[in-house]
Write a protein that binds this ligand. Structure first.
Ligand code: NAD
Ligand code: IPM
Ligand code: MN
Length: 361
């Protein structure tokens, strides 16, 4: 099959991890006889430096024409003092919004061989397998007004949702729950926020259409606690943009590292932007230390969700599992008696594993 992939490396470790994932995608293409073509565009800080804007028009145009988009990460200390509309992060928010990628799927499933890599007790982490469905183009990140007022004496951010924005993400979460374990936890702050009270109403309405799904509501503070005390309790969590951002970094602890968590930012027609949950990690950028597995697993999600290539996606995921079973890991993972390698070496091991598994001829 022919597929055209746009790569947005971004800043910090972004170029390292997208390069690693590109190598794995090339291995998949060679092994399965696909023709993947790649086109790279700027976003974030590098786009500010070279083109004067965090989201150049040609980047958006290329993404609109792509079959799939793979993003590294944006941001870094160099751009932290720029005004809000010129920050690298605005590029990422802009591409999500302009492409209408309202649903961010963040699966959190630990690999058995990393059970002891988490700072949490293995008996707590064991058996956890959850999916955070994060609303991605509304809520506190996008509500207007958002500004400083009265000569810098007052400031406002707005948490706004339309009913239809809540409905479509709730629909997506039911869809996800039905192909998993039929359990949905809607996380909100309905004891304080009006937006959360409407969120609850929508979930209650929609649940009538899905009698096979067990539904509950949980306040976000309690959910944060339960995620690290009894994570196996959860199947699918659906939540507002910012709550989902925070809870997913917290949930990454279950897997041993933030460098392990992939995500898919999707809309109804199948187009998706695939991005690791982590950021640009300026503290380790340029040293080939970054864990590429979150981005490699994001590429696997692209194959599954946007290209309908589930066999190829499974192949990447089981190669990652084998490499971890062999105890190869990057510095962020604490693996007892393991072999620490660089990010590019770890990605190469994943490709080698797929090649040595060759059963197609
Ligand atoms: P971060 O996720 O970049 O890093 C947090 C910690 O996790 C750091 O210690 C980092 O070294 C480590 N880490 C992250 N990814 C790793 C990987 N793949 N391998 C090994 N270690 C990894 O978060 P931060 O430091 O709070 O933010 C840095 C910059 O990244 C900020 O400018 C922020 O806005 C941006 N950011 C971007 C994205 C994105 O583009 N999707 C996401 C989060 C943060
Ligand atoms: C993420 C990041 C982004 C977000 C930032 C960089 C805008 O933290 O993808 O989780 O908050 O959505
Ligand atoms: Mn985040």
């Amino acid at each position: 099959m022919e597929k055209h992939i746009v790569i947005l490396p971004g800043d910090g470790i972004g170029p390292e991890v997208t390069n690693a994932a590109k190598g794995v995608l090339e291995t998949v293409a060679a092994k399965f006889g696909h023709n993947f073509t790649f086109e790279t565009h700027e976003i974030g800080g590098s786009a500010i430096d070279n083109q004067g804007t965090p989201l150049p028009e040609d980047t958006v145009a290329a993404c609109r024409k792509a079959d799939g988009i793979l993003l590294g990460a944006v941001g870094g200390p160099k751009w932290d003092d720029l005004p809000g509309h010129m920050r690298p992060e605005k590029g990422l928010l802009g591409i999500r919004k302009q492409l209408g990628l309202f649903a961010n799927l963040r699966p959190v499933k630990g690999f058995d061989s990393l059970l002891h890599a988490s700072p949490l007790k293995p008996e707590v982490v064991g058996g956890s397998d959850l999916l955070i469905v994060r609303e991605l183009t509304g809520g506190l990140y996008f509500g207007e007004p958002s500004e400083r007022r009265n000569n810098g004496q007052d400031v406002v951010d707005t948490l706004a949702y339309s009913r239809s924005e809540i409905e479509r993400i709730v629909d997506q979460s039911f869809k996800s729950a039905k192909v998993r374990r039929n359990k949905l936890t809607s996380v909100d702050k309905a004891n304080v926020l009006e937006s959360s009270r409407m969120w609850r109403e929508v979930v209650e309405e929609k649940k009538q259409e899905h009698p096979d799904v067990e539904v509950e509501h949980m306040l976000v503070d309690a959910a944060a606690m339960k995620l690290v005390t009894n994570p196996a309790y959860f199947d699918v969590i659906v939540t507002e943009n910012m709550f989902g951002d925070i809870l997913s970094d917290e949930a990454s602890v279950l897997t041993g590292s933030l460098g392990m968590l992939p995500s898919a930012s999707i809309r109804q027609d199948g187009l998706g932007l695939y991005e690791p949950v982590h950021g640009s990690a300026p503290d380790i950028a340029g040293q080939d230390k970054a864990n590429p597995l979150a981005t490699i697993l994001s590429a696997a999600m692209m194959l599954r969700h946007s290209f309908n290539m589930s066999v190829e996606a499974d192949e990447i995921e089981s190669a990652v599992q084998s490499v971890l079973n062999d105890k190869y890991h990057t510095a962020d993972l604490k693996v007892k008696d393991g072999t620490q390698v660089s990010g590019s070496e770890l990605a190469k091991k994943v490709s080698e594993q797929m090649t040595s598994n060759d059963t197609t001829d």
